[in-house]
Write a protein that binds this ligand. Structure first.
Ligand code: SF4
Ligand code: SF4
Length: 262
């Protein structure tokens, strides 16, 4: 068993309930970024000479200017630090250094870390309540442009019963990503950066909802609000949240698939 618990970053395989908006763009690394691993077991003179494990308090952490993530497993503590991000159009190249400390020879330390892991797992169960977006908040549906892949466009086309090419021209700003994964991003109501997504429905914050929720792009559905700084803090997280009618394409009668969008 080699379960992971992230301490600085939070990681869970479960989908996050309540996430109804899009995400700040799901940036994909261009490729697996080069990682420099400083393995103290090989690096430190003490360890080389004595063959004893290195203790954390002996670390020279001066070069570790900016810690990005601490990961604890049953065998290692890995600290990723000094991350540098080179930003390109919708792809990022992430370069970071990584320090890994193997501690499984130190029984006392293993027991202490095991307690931390148990505590973290216990608190993972608390996360859904803490992480849900407040109903009706859609600050991220304005300001961001969710990228769409061919599959996203096809899903929306099926949802409306429209041809793929029509959805592409009416609702997508066509711009292929460098890695070829995306074909563009969703249009906004106006070209202004703060304008809202063309599919956003509702009159104001607290009443917003996605007009194509079941067909929304992967960029929106993969979203987790962890660390969101755009949240409308005036909104309550309690109570039921009725939504209105779904988005309907303009100038359309019965959709070509004969079904109304849900
Ligand atoms: S499709 Fe538009 S309205 Fe729906 S979640 Fe994504 S950004 Fe928001
Ligand atoms: S809390 Fe953040 S992520 Fe969630 S809907 Fe509001 S702005 Fe979007």
């Amino acid at each position: 068993m080699n379960k992971k618990v992230l301490v600085a970053g939070v990681k869970t395989d479960d989908p996050q309930p309540g996430a109804q908006g899009p995400q700040p763009h799901d940036v994909r690394p261009i490729q697996s970024a080069p990682i420099t691993t400083i393995d103290l077991i090989n690096l430190r003179e003490f360890t080389r000479d004595t063959k004893q494990p290195t203790h954390p308090e002996m670390l020279d952490t001066a070069p570790m200017e900016h810690v990005n993530e601490i990961e604890i497993t049953e065998e290692h503590i890995t600290i990723k630090y000094n991350e540098r991000i080179n930003r390109f159009y919708n792809v990022n190249e992430i370069i970071q250094k990584e320090w890994s400390y193997k501690y499984n020879e130190d029984e006392e330390f293993v027991r202490a870390v095991a307690k931390v892991i148990d505590l973290s797992r216990k608190h993972l169960k608390d996360l859904p309540e803490n992480l849900a977006c407040p109903p009706g908040c859609a600050e991220c549906c304005s300001g961001y442009e969710p990228f769409v892949s061919k599959a996203d466009v096809q899903r929306i086309a099926d949802h409306f019963g429209m041809p793929y090419s029509e959805v592409l021209s009416e609702y997508v700003v066509q711009r292929k990503s460098a890695d070829g994964h995306y074909v563009g991003y969703l249009k906004k109501v106006t070209p202004a950066i703060e304008s809202q997504c063309v599919f956003l429905k509702g009159s104001k914050s607290g009443k917003f909802y996605c007009g194509i929720y079941s067909a929304r792009p992967g960029d929106c559905r993969e979203f987790t609000p962890i660390g969101c700084e755009d949240v409308d803090t005036a909104l309550s997280r309690k109570g039921s949240y009725p939504v209105g009618p779904a988005f309907m394409p303009k100038h359309r009668g019965v959709p070509r698939n004969g079904k109304r969008p849900r």
